[in-house]
Design a protein around this ligand. Sequence first.
Ligand code: FES
Ligand code: FES
Length: 948
Amino acid sequence: MALRKVMHVVNGVERMFFFEPTQDTLAETLRRYGLTGIKVGCGAGQCGACSIVVNRNVVRACMKKMKDVAEGSVIETIEGLGTANSLHPLQQAWITYGGVQCGFCSPGFIMSAKALLDKNPSPTRQDVREWFFKHRNICRCTGYKPLVDSVMAAAEVLRGEKTMADITYQHKKGAGIYGTKYPRPAALGKVLGLADYGDDIKHKMPEGTLHVAVVQPRMASHALIKKIDTSQAEIMPGVAKIVTAKDVRGKNIIFEPNFHQRSILKGDMRPIFNDKKIFFYGDLVGAVIADTEANARAAAAAVRVEIEKLPEYTNYLDTIAPDAMRIHDKSPNTYLHQPVFKGEDARDVIDDSAYSVEGSFYSTREPHLSIEGDTQQAFWDEDGNLTLANKSQSIQWNRESIADGMGIPLGKLRFIENPTGGSFGWSTCAGSFAVMGVCLMALDDPNAKLTLTMSYVEHQAYSGKRTPSHSNGRMACDKNGKITAIEFDFGVDHGAYDDISMNLVASYARYCGYPYVIPNVRGLVRMAITNHGFGTSYRGFGSPQAYTCGEALVDMLAKKAGIDPFEFRYNNLARPGDLTINSHPYRDPAIVELYDMLRPIYEEAKKRIAAKKEDENYYYGLGIASCGFNVSIGAHDHADIALELMPDGSVTAYNTWQDPGQGGDIGTLAHTHECLKPLGLEPDQIKLYINDSHRCPNSGISAASRCHYMVGHATKDAADQLIAAMKKTDGTFRTHTEMAAEGIPTKYGGSFDITGYGGGAVDLNPNTGEADPVLTTTYGVKMAEVAVEKKTGKTIVKRVVFVSDVGKLGNVLAVEGQAYGGISHAVGFALTENYDDVKKHGTMAGAGVPTIIDVPDDMELLFLERDRKHGIHGSTGCSELYQSAGHMAVMNAIADAIGGRVYTLPATPAKVKAVIDRVAAGKPEVVEKWRLGPDMYDVLEDIKNNPV
Ligand code: FES
Ligand code: FES
């Protein structure tokens, strides 16, 4: 391959580069030269993660061919901006104002902002937003507002109006950090571009590391595999091995156990490599191991797969059609039913009530769209453990789910979490972990080392998604607006594999009609296999789908009863002692107080919007939605951690609080510092050693808003033991040396188990839907203001106010970060995001990732901070709350604006315009009920007669 030489001035230094002119991009060339602060996310010009400054202009380096960069160009990258001891104001501001979560986008944003401030030292917030929009800088974590805050603060420093100290968090010696804006420890490395994510590590692996490329045919969503022909690929340059199902030493299964008594499927049908059937578009039939990434990819493309296409059922309605074939032999396509019974038969109550409404809704297949895709390494460690370094959001669970399938004893399978550029749930169940393990084993070489970077398109096709759902619902109230009954029927498209449906089904069965008092309930959740991306964890986990039905019905019923939707909700909110639809008392509710906080804001907004009703170009609307989610998973959730006193008097915290960006590091630090308060340690005397299965106790999955709560309690347990062991009779504390001299252990394990704690939690009854599987929950209410363009139907979210109760805030930046991020995903869920069409939606932009212009800058967060019952330091968890019902505030605002409802997500301009036209034509709404299978009441009767 012929190379070309070029000289550029990079970060102030003239440097020489050799590159291959026909294909090398600026991003990959500079990264090869060690500048891995330039991140590559989409690799397609859509995300801006690779933004650098070339000759004073922002350039997306992944799209720029090296040969097209003029000789002698002046190139600025994050590496040249500041150092750990001398940060650029932008870097400091990013740390201080919550600009860093996963941090994968941070270098690109910061360099883009640098170019802006070089040109315009005094931008307005709108200037900043337009700049980031123009340069396609996408952040999936922060909701953008903190990034604009950061730019504005840095600009003040650069203009000399503020000092660096003004924009730096000032920790006072001896002060607590719990409940403050103490910055997360990992932020520094991320703003410097020094955090090495998976694809960065690829460049830093030792010599001899081989590259893996997946064989993902993407030919069909349902097919029989007739032949996998690797003969051509095997003789291609650099190929070390081609791995298919026949090379798997174990059961070739990724096992996600499903213990739901009503589930026919048990979570054991997902192959690591498919060899008989393709079940969905993203399935893998093999992998190629080669000396270079390019050779691995070329050989993977040369693997010939012959298939016989089968009928494709890519949504719930198709898969339950009477003539649809079984996708998995073990079960009919509908494999799980969860009922909810409470009070009287809802049919009769609804018919007899003063007002009733009905609707049929669709919540779409929402893609996570983390900016970093799937990247990882595999090697044997010095103790002979097969070591997988990846983005696991659930280290222990992932190990357990793949060890047997790979054919390795669990104890020999080690997981390490790499710095992770976002996930939002997909990496709780990433099958690629097993792919890497199988490939490493197949080489039979204790010195083998592997690295894998999926393309974004491969990752998008392969990773799980939020389950889409069709729902039919009815709700009724009396003449005073008191809700009398709800009826709901969900048809859930769980995609190709039964993955985490046991927990997911409980969300559907709990959050339709939450957090109201509804005396009579009949509900059914039907889960079905389809030939689409499998359902997996995603912030909110099942609740957004449930609220899509519930929060629309509440809004429609308020309108029907002629009551303001705020007042209608207020009158039906749960108070202490009231029961959920699952006949269990709401956990420690203060929802009324949240509405009281919102009331004056809502009244003001209502008046302001009413005054705009005559606007020529836009309809304006106001919507609200009640929100809530559980904290922890199931009635037996458990977490272990450990604390160790070190010889220098510091304490090391060990846990597996996986951190895809939400802040496992700051959570660990804040909890540990708070729990060890009597020792008087400074934050820098607490060291973190987290997310390594063979060095850290199992703290459980990073999901269900559980880690802050579960790990926090477990930390308290360990801290109490350590403090007790260190304490002398005179009240002072032993040093490490004294402990050692007295033979007192210096390391203590702490644990927390929901079983039996605080009166206990009970898993949802599979026959009745009764009980409550968690001890504590979060509550909220979100208000959204929208403008809908009359001509096009395009919706602009102008403002969001979110009032929430997550107890005491553990770290303000982290909680606000989850809130802003959740709000931005909810805007996307309502308006743009989709993964129904595997081709059109196969990229970040194609799938509708919200840009900075889509997410309002006007976001206000109000917190009801109070000591939560069963909380840790008064806190619960927080994350999922902010992406539970938030999209429905937007959908309800659209309905308010245009006088009609969009029933299916996302509310694209075309759909909104169709409703505008229908309303203008005076045409009545037609509610077509989805055909979800046998009559719901017949199914409920059958369940009642056949309990499990
Ligand atoms: S725009 Fe270059 S990586 Fe996304
Ligand atoms: S912090 Fe922006 S993508 Fe994660």
